[in-house]
Each structure stands twice: as structure tokens, then as C-alpha cells.
Design a protein around this ligand. Structure first.
Ligand SMILES: Cc1cc2nc3c(=O)[nH]c(=O)nc-3n(C[C@H](O)[C@H](O)[C@H](O)COP(=O)(O)OP(=O)(O)OC[C@H]3O[C@@H](n4cnc5c(N)ncnc54)[C@H](O)[C@@H]3O)c2cc1C
Length: 376
């Protein structure tokens, strides 16, 4: 009487954001998978707060390779959704005279960019001030992602493969005994030989519970606000546009504009909200670049983008703990990289064809930081 039940599976995934749910769906093809999510709904934290854009050239060289490896699944998400998760948008990056080195840094190694004059940029987004633009680049292949459809599609695929999602299940204790992990969440205990740490901003805390090393992950707050423009502005065909040095950006969103200060303030993991001053300063930077004053903020929010020190994701088994797999540090790229990283995680855990090249796998392996730690 009253004895706690123990739920057994092959793999426990901690975290029900896009990382955990996509990896769970991939792994459920061959294994019995349980996802434990602290919140009442999936995608409540970073995943539900993103700008929902796929940008092939966003991020360092490692990310650019992972972005490209994700594109086939985003375009043809077989089993996840019956049509593409992407829709045309484009990205326009503008540079002042002082930002020209940032523009060249972005263009280096990038593919599919067109160079534009200030006048051409302002023809694309008529509220831009051409006199402030020294040069611009346009990435026509950047596309909007239907993030909710993607998350729910992966969740459906997971369930159709027999996987389970348990919400309101905050993991509070993780122990390894007799070749198995025992994970406590709420009143339940879960047992499996393998756990996947897809805890987003909380991934280092989850590792600490398990006694694994730390990845020096840093959550960074990023805010956004929805602004209504007057009826004379049809934003529907505008690309995402912003400064090439990432000091603000704006994206059409259901007839309005989502504007972000592109803030990246280091914070502890928490349920994020925008800092009023940071938001006001960012909206001011946007306002200086356009001809329309900021008057109507309809809604604002913030989320956490969580980075490893070298800004590349952390994907692979912990070198110091058997059966502890990292799927973290997706930074500002976690939605667009989820297809490739979930397939990579499944191949590393369950075997199968690896889609990333060996040098990219090495660049995201957790041991790159453990080595740093032992040398110091
Ligand atoms: C403003 C903003 C704009 C962005 N724009 C883009 C974009 O355009 N394109 C793009 O690709 N990416 C973008 N990103 C980044 C992207 O949102 C993230 O990289 C991605 O959502 C990370 O997914 P995740 O599953 O790792 O994290 P999360 O979605 O945060 O999921 C982690 C989950 O783990 C759960 N968890 C934590 N601790 C525990 C525990 N102890 N027990 C159980 N569960 C736990 C949390 O509740 C959470 O649900 C943006 C982010 C922000 C904030």
C-alpha cells in the first residue's frame, strides 16, 4: 500500500521544448521513450517565444552546416506534417558606414546573398531611411517556420510511435544505480538506462542533479514587442529586416511587426519577461532607422537563448557519466536546427546513419569543454 510506482523505459528525455520533443520522436522509432516536462504545456519556454525564422547563414560555421542539414526536413517534414513547415519571408540586413565590417563578416562564407544599395533596401521595406544605409544584403532563402505546427507535429509522431509525454513533471532528483538512471519527477519515479538532457536554460542544473560536469551554458534574455502600424503599411510581403550588427530586428507578424532589441543579457534560468529599459532602448534603435514612430505596443515578451562559450550546440554523451546524453546550448538557432540535431542525437544513441560530418560532430561534442576544464 502506498508504494511508489516505478515507470520503466529505454530512454527518458528531460525537457518538452522543440529539442526534447523532436529527439523523442526520432528515438521512438526504435525505443521506448518518455518525455518529462516541468510545465503544463509543451514549448512554454524558449520554443514558444521564438521569432520563428529559418536563416541558412545565421550563426558560426558549425551552425551554418547544421542549419543546412535541417532544411530538407523543414521543407518536407514527412511524418511530422503533410506540407512544408517553411513559408517565404526573406531577410534584409542593413549596415551604416560603421557597420560595414559586420556586413563583410556576415557575408564571409555565406551563400545565396544579394547585395543591395540603401535605395533598393528601402524599396523592399518602405519605412526604412535609405540615407542611413551604406550597404545592405538580402537573403531570399530565409523563411518563416510554423513553430507550433512543428512542435505539435513532432509530438504526434512521438505518440504514434508509442512514446509518452508527461507534463507537470519537474525532475528533482537523478541517480545512477546498477547501470540505470532513477529519475524523480513529482510523485513518480522513472527508470531507464539512458537520459537525454534537453532542459534548455536549465540544462546545466539538470546535469548537476545527475552529478555530471557543467557545460558553462549561459542563458541570455531576448525580448520582443508587437507593434501595430497604420493601415497604409501592408507589411505582409516585407522580409525580416534589421541591423547587420544585430542591434535590433523586425519581422512581419499577422499584419503587425514583431520588433526585437536583439538583446542578449546574461541571466539565471527563469521564466523570462522583458526589462522595460532594455525594450525601450531597443525600440528606440529601431525607431531611428525607420520613418514611422513607435506608438502602439500591443504585447511584449522575452525568452532565454542558451549558449555554450563557443556558441555551438552541445550534443553527445557526457564523457564522465554513462548513459547521460546532452542536447543543449541551441542558442538562437534551436528551432531551425532541431531536425538535424534530433536526427544526430538518435543516430548517436540508437545507431543509424549520421547526417553531420565528423568535424561538425566533434565541434558539438560535450568533451570539448571537459578537456578545457581538466587543463585549467
Ligand atoms: C526572442 C527569441 C527569438 C528566437 N528566434 C529564433 C528563431 O527565429 N529561429 C530559431 O531557430 N530559434 C530562435 N530562438 C531560439 C529557440 O527558441 C531556442 O533555441 C529553442 O527553442 C530551444 O529549445 P529547447 O527545447 O532547447 O528549450 P526550451 O523550449 O526552453 O525547452 C526546455 C524545456 O525543459 C524544461 N525543463 C527544464 N528543467 C526541467 C526539469 N527539471 N524537469 C522537467 N523539465 C524541465 C522546461 O520547462 C522547458 O520546457 C529564439 C529565442 C528567443 C528567446
Amino acid at each position: 500500500m502506498g508504494a511508489m510506482t516505478k515507470v520503466s523505459s529505454d530512454i527518458i528525455i528531460i525537457g518538452g521544448g522543440i529539442a526534447g520533443i523532436s529527439a523523442a520522436a526520432e528515438l521512438a522509432r526504435d525505443a521506448n521513450v518518455i518525455v518529462l516536462e516541468a510545465e503544463a504545456q509543451l514549448g512554454y519556454h524558449a520554443t514558444g517565444r521564438s521569432a520563428a525564422i529559418y536563416i541558412r547563414n545565421y550563426g558560426n560555421a558549425v551552425l551554418r552546416a547544421i542549419n543546412a542539414a535541417s532544411e530538407p526536413t523543414l521543407t518536407n517534414p514527412e511524418g511530422i506534417c503533410d506540407h512544408s513547415l517553411l513559408s517565404p519571408r526573406g531577410e534584409l540586413l542593413i549596415a551604416s558606414e560603421a557597420e560595414l565590417p559586420s556586413l563583410e563578416a556576415y557575408a564571409a562564407g555565406a551563400t545565396g546573398l544579394d547585395r543591395l544599395t540603401g535605395a533598393e533596401a528601402a524599396r523592399m521595406v518602405p519605412i526604412l531611411r535609405p540615407e542611413l544605409i551604406s550597404a545592405a544584403i538580402y537573403e531570399g532563402s530565409a523563411q518563416s517556420i510554423d513553430v507550433d505546427l512543428m512542435l505539435q507535429g513532432y509530438a504526434r509522431l512521438l505518440k504514434s510511435r508509442g512514446g509518452r509525454v508527461i507534463t507537470k513533471a519537474r525532475v528533482t532528483d537523478i541517480k545512477r544505480t546498477g547501470g540505470e538512471w532513477t529519475v524523480v519527477a513529482g510523485a513518480e519515479t522513472y527508470i531507464a538506462p539512458t537520459i537525454v538532457n534537453a532542459g534548455g536554460a536549465w540544462a546545466d542544473q539538470i546535469a548537476a542533479l545527475a552529478g555530471a560536469g557543467q557545460m558553462q551554458l549561459q542563458p541570455m534574455r531576448r525580448s520582443a514587442a508587437i507593434l501595430a502600424l497604420g493601415p497604409e503599411h501592408d507589411v505582409s510581403r516585407w522580409p525580416l529586416f534589421g541591423s547587420v550588427s544585430e542591434t535590433w530586428y523586425a519581422k512581419p507578424d499577422a499584419g503587425k511587426l514583431m520588433v526585437s532589441p536583439a538583446d542578449q543579457d546574461p541571466v539565471a534560468p527563469h521564466d523570462a519577461w522583458p526589462d522595460d529599459i532594455v525594450l525601450a532602448e531597443g525600440l528606440d534603435r529601431y525607431e531611428q532607422a525607420v520613418t514611422v514612430p513607435v506608438t502602439r505596443i500591443q504585447h511584449s515578451w522575452a525568452g532565454l537563448r542558451t549558449f555554450a562559450p563557443d556558441k555551438s550546440p552541445v550534443v553527445g554523451y557526457a564523457p564522465d557519466l554513462e548513459g547521460f546524453f546532452w542536447l543543449a546550448g541551441q542558442g538562437g538557432y534551436g528551432v531551425q536546427t532541431a531536425p538535424a540535431l534530433s536526427q544526430t542525437a538518435a543516430a548517436l544513441i540508437a545507431g543509424g546513419v549520421q547526417i553531420l560530418a565528423p568535424d561538425i560532430l566533434a565541434a558539438i561534442a560535450p568533451d570539448r569543454f571537459y578537456q578545457t576544464q581538466t587543463r585549467s
